[in-house]
Design a binder for this molecule. Structure first.
Ligand SMILES: Nc1ncnc2c1ncn2[C@@H]1O[C@H](COP(=O)(O)OP(=O)(O)O)[C@@H](O)[C@H]1O
Ligand SMILES: [Mg+2]
Length: 293
């Protein structure tokens, strides 16, 4: 599959010029996933569950990759392996050509549950993103102010998580991930816990924030619309064992929040195609022949 769909990745966080991204690309591969297999041991000595089987994917710097697939197809395992939280059983994951060992400040993870510290204010929660990286240095306050502005939480610095809506908590979580300026954002169903309307708003917000920051993003979802509307490429996974079924480039101009992307022919066709593949998979599994294609 083609690997188009990225920017030059050089825009600083504060740059509002989002048009650049639409015309990619640096062509610089930042993440290489090479025949990655992950098997988790089960209770018995020799039993294990194969969560990922020979998954290969190259991601360009500045690219927004969405990973779509049913529960249990290994999406979280794939993300955790990139994060350095899970080790490959076979195959490799490389960042800038180096094997991923453990978590590092170049990668930040945003979880579904916001994982904010309830006893800390918005400001102190975001500051925690720097503390975790042992990255505190002069200019930190300025940096925290910058990301708070980026996620549109200015004025809520002193609020506690319980005083915020779900969408605002998610934005605070995003700011905490961005504050230490990681090169890669790993997002595991980040909008799973917010209501449907907020989710729409958050999606547009995320596009704006990511376009402004030039980050490379791996975004996991099981919403077909979300995967297409956000992704430069959609990686469609299938289950038992988890592997890549297909990779689709999304031919929609950015910023997509600025027009009704869902009404375009490109969107409708791609959506239909992806749903078709998901249905085939679901039917094959229902018949008990998951290898039947
Ligand atoms: N720590 C673990 N130990 C054993 N099995 C696991 C573990 N984590 C995930 N699995 C299994 O691996 C498969 C993939 O899980 P996961 O990566 O969480 O998928 P997804 O995020 O797509 O729902 C599932 O069958 C799951 O039960
Ligand atoms: Mg998961």
């Amino acid at each position: 599959m083609s690997s188009e769909g990225s920017s030059d990745g050089a825009d600083p966080v504060s740059t509002p010029d989002v048009a650049k991204r639409a015309s990619h690309t640096s062509g610089n591969i930042i993440i290489e996933i090479d025949e990655l297999t992950v098997a988790y041991p089960l209770d018995g000595d020799e039993d294990y569950v194969v969560a990922l089987h020979k998954v290969s994917l190259d991601v360009e710097e500045g690219e927004f990759i969405t990973i779509l697939g049913p529960s249990g197809c290994g999406k979280t395992t794939l993300m955790n392996t990139i994060a350095g939280l899970v080790s490959p059983t076979e195959g490799e994951v490389r960042l800038d050509g180096h094997l991923v060992g453990k978590p590092g400040p170049d990668r930040a993870v945003v979880f579904q549950e916001y994982a904010l510290l309830p006893w800390r204010t918005v400001w102190a929660n975001i500051r925690f993103g720097l503390e975790m990286q042992k990255n505190m240095k002069e200019g930190s306050d300025e940096r925290i102010r910058e990301v708070i502005e980026l996620v549109d939480l200015t004025g809520f610095e002193k609020a506690y998580p319980r005083q915020l809506s779900g969408g605002m908590q998610q934005r605070a979580g995003l700011a905490r991930a961005l504050v230490a300026d990681p090169r890669i954002l790993l997002m595991d169903e980040p909008f799973g816990a917010v209501d449907a309307l907020t989710r729409e708003v958050m999606r547009d917000e995320l596009e704006r924030i990511i376009l402004a920051s030039g980050k490379t993003v791996i975004f996991i979802t099981h919403s077909v619309d979300e995967a297409i509307l956000l992704g430069d490429r959609v990686v469609l996974m299938t289950t038992r064992p988890g592997r890549i079924r297909e990779i689709e480039s999304v031919p929609l101009e950015r910023p997509r929040a600025k027009y009704d992307a869902r009404a375009t022919r490109e969107f409708i066709e791609l959506r239909e195609h992806v749903w078709g593949l998901l249905n085939e998979d679901a039917e094959a599994h229902a018949r008990g022949t998951p290898e039947g294609y």
